[in-house]
Ligand binder design. Structure first.
Ligand SMILES: [Zn+2]
Ligand SMILES: [Zn+2]
Length: 694
């Protein structure tokens, strides 16, 4: 480091250029910005008095270095202002003569290293939200385009520009979360290009820093009484709060002193109100843990959008994530809650119907002009009623991606649906939150977990049922165990019951399956009358079902056969009825037919063994067919059983499917878009919130 002492050309006091990157130093004595040009020194202007800011850094602080950054010294401070806010950029010098800017932005700290400027359009042609390819540096998204003024400085600066000059710049966001700054200075051309990464305060390795918590504790005395109503206000974010809307009277407090930007030491009444403009459901000042992070609820914005002549309202709560010091948001709409954290604009690919972030695709759900209707609580920026942004929401339930586009900047937040119970428990709320109505934009379908289980088990059981069916089919191949034609004309062919072995007559109309040996005399009488036929014994295979089929040459007549399947071993009988009937004719020139010459019935679970058939044919007198044939087959698959099983198994999942469709229908009825991302045609959706809970 080539520290060089000299004399101030303005007042003669000793000045010191501390590093190789120090092109200008500000005289402590007279605040002259002194530039070195070769060996000559030149006073290029007097800087204004420094505005006190909440920055934790001071000129002269040193870092021992860390994994995130080489060892450095803070050699200068540049103070910039847009008229709406003042901030510091810290000039840090490394031991090798190089330098960087240490900046505080978006609730984080950034070490911005100078790189060779890429080819870029002129500053006037830049627009926030637009993509900007930067050649070898990759593709960036313009997140902010602004003009600031170089108000003041302290120590050394790495550039030569007169105090009070304009600073035009654009911030660009890279896909990997990096932040770039295009410095245009006060001319159309690019003066410098810096790219950096976010670092934690602790990662900077600077000793003697006061952490936010300690600063907050130190500033706890910053409880104040509302200058309008006298109510006792506790400032939760004293290091950054510039606006307070009194939670007792609604009056807007801030500093009326134009010069003193940053958190004021004294709050004046900027707008006097006599009552709070709205009552937030979350108590402001609440502290607790959400999603495993510590939070404090700072303020609430009531926002409004108009669509088709109707005003829609929702509330956005500003939260401070007290560990990382980042600002997050909690959005409340119809009792539904979404917790959102900022994400780098460059990490989002913004399409018409979809947006992609972190490899997740979000569908467009709403685009509207959002207006701040009322504010309450404390804010780190100069919040105003009537502030308007172009907002867009994209959903991938339970997650949501939100875009807020203002004139000179674009901000993206991403987060997830927060069940009301999580919020009540996380913030230890005494009063339960209101019951949500309708379906929230990114509310997950409540049966997602159970449905997955159901679908999975139904799938497995269906597979199992099919396997069992196939197994039985292979194990018990179709086999004819009995096939015989009974001639009703030639009585010799019929096998009559032999005396003594005659099985009992069975009443086939009663579906009883077990009968005892009964009235032998009655059976013999029936056989003698020629009404009962008895088959020869036959064997069935494994325990199986039997398909019994009858064929008869019925033509405009019928034959019914009361049949008993009788086990020779147990005497147990299974009864069924076989029917063959066929009628046809011509009626009014049209031929018709009905009935069937062949029909089948199933007898289930027939144990293996020897059986005989006892058949009792009946027909109209004189109109009986000449013969009938009876066939018994084992191992005949009954596919309808499988079909019914599959149907029953899929009933639950099908119901869940319908329930999910209905849920999605209710979700998208709240959107101006269809679930395919096209603009809804019917425009007038009289969103009837029938709050039937799923
Ligand atoms: Zn001087
Ligand atoms: Zn008040």
């Amino acid at each position: 480091m080539s520290a060089r002492a000299a004399q101030c050309p303005n007042c003669g006091a000793e000045i010191l250029f501390s590093g190789g990157s120090s092109l200008v130093t500000v005289c402590k004595q007279c605040r002259a910005a002194v530039a070195r040009k070769g060996v000559a020194l030149e006073n290029i202007g007097i800087v204004a008095e420094l505005v006190p800011t909440s920055s934790p850094f001071r000129v002269g602080m040193a870092s021992r270095g860390s994994r995130a950054v080489k060892p450095f010294r803070i050699v200068g401070r540049l103070q910039l202002s847009t008229g709406e806010g003042t901030w510091d950029e810290w000039h840090i010098a490394f031991g090798d003569g190089g330098f960087a800017w240490l900046a505080e932005a978006q609730g984080g700290f950034w070490v911005m290293l100078p790189l060779a400027p890429p080819r870029v359009p002129e500053w006037e042609g830049l627009e926030a939200g637009r993509p900007l390819p930067l050649g070898a540096y990759g593709n960036f998204t313009i997140s902010e385009v602004r003009q600031a003024t170089y108000v003041s400085a302290e120590g050394d600066l790495p550039f030569v520009a007169p105090p009070g000059s304009a600073f035009r710049y654009a911030d660009v966001s890279g896909a990997d979360g990096s932040l770039g700054t295009l410095d245009y200075g006060d001319d159309p051309g690019l003066d410098g290009f810096f790219v950096g990464r976010k670092v934690e305060l602790a990662e900077l390795g600077i000793e003697g820093l006061t952490a936010w918590k300690e600063r907050k504790a130190g500033a706890k005395a910053q409880a104040l009484n509302c200058p309008s109503c006298g109510g006792a206000l506790q400032i939760r974010d004293p290091a950054a709060t510039v606006r307070i809307a009194c939670t007792y009277c609604g009056s807007l407090l801030g500093s009326r002193d134009k010069g003193a930007e940053g958190p004021p030491s004294k709050f004046d009444v900027l707008e006097k109100l006599s009552a709070v403009p709205f009552r937030p459901t979350l108590p402001l000042g609440s502290e607790g843990t959400l999603d495993g992070r510590p939070y404090a609820v700072l303020g609430a914005l009531l926002k409004k959008t108009s669509s088709g002549g109707t005003d829609y309202f929702w509330v956005e709560y500003l939260l401070k994530e007290t560990k990382s010091e980042a600002y997050h948001w909690l959005a409340e709409s119809n009792g539904h809650w979404t917790l959102l954290a900022p994400v780098a604009a460059g990490a989002v690919t913004d399409g018409v119907r979809f947006a992609v972030y972190d490899d997740r695709r979000y569908r467009v759900f709403g685009r509207n002009l959002a207006v701040v209707e009322a504010v309450l609580g404390e804010f780190y920026w100069e919040v105003r009623k009537g502030e308007t942004t172009q907002a867009a929401d994209y959903i991938a339930p339970p997650r949501m991606l939100s875009k807020e586009q203002a004139k000179s900047e674009v901000n993206w937040t991403e987060g997830r649906y927060l069940p009301k119970a999580d919020l009540e428990a996380g913030l230890r709320l005494k009063e339960p939150l209101p019951v949500p109505t309708g379906v929230g934009a990114c509310q997950p379908w409540p049966h997602e977990g159970t449905a997955r289980l159901w679908w999975r088990s139904a799938f497995l059981l269906s597979g199992l049922a099919i396997l069992v069916f196939l197994f039985v089919l292979i194990r018990d191949p179709r086999k004819v165990v009995f096939d015989k034609t009974f001639d009703l004309v030639d009585s010799k062919q019929t096998v009559y019951a032999e005396r003594g072995t005659m099985p009992p007559k069975v009443d086939w109309q009663a579906q009883s399956s077990s009968k005892s040996i009964a009235d032998r005399a009655a059976a013999e009488a029936a056989a003698a009358a020629g009404r009962v036929l008895l088959s020869e014994p036959f064997e069935t295979g494994r325990s199986t079902n039997l398909e019994a089929t009858i064929w008869a040459p019925t033509q405009n007549t019928w034959i019914g056969v009361g049949t008993d399947l009788i086990s020779e071993t147990t005497g147990e009988a299974r009864s069924f009825y076989l029917l063959s009937d066929r009628y046809s004719g011509v009626d009014g020139g049209e031929s018709w037919s009905e009935g069937s010459q062949s029909r089948s019935v199933f007898v289930s679970q027939v144990p293996p063994g020897k059986y005989v058939l006892r058949l009792e044919p009946e027909a109209d007198a004189g109109k009986a067919p000449t013969s009938f044939r009876v066939r018994l087959r084992s191992g005949v698959p009954r596919i309808w059983k499988l079909v019914v099983t599959l149907f029953l198994l899929l009933l639950g999942p099908a119901w869940l499917g319908f329930s999910k469709m209905a849920f999605e229908g209710r979700r998208w009825s709240e959107s101006d878009f269809t679930s395919a991302g096209t603009v809804r045609e019917d425009g007038d959706d009289s969103g009837s919130d029938s709050g039937g809970d799923e």
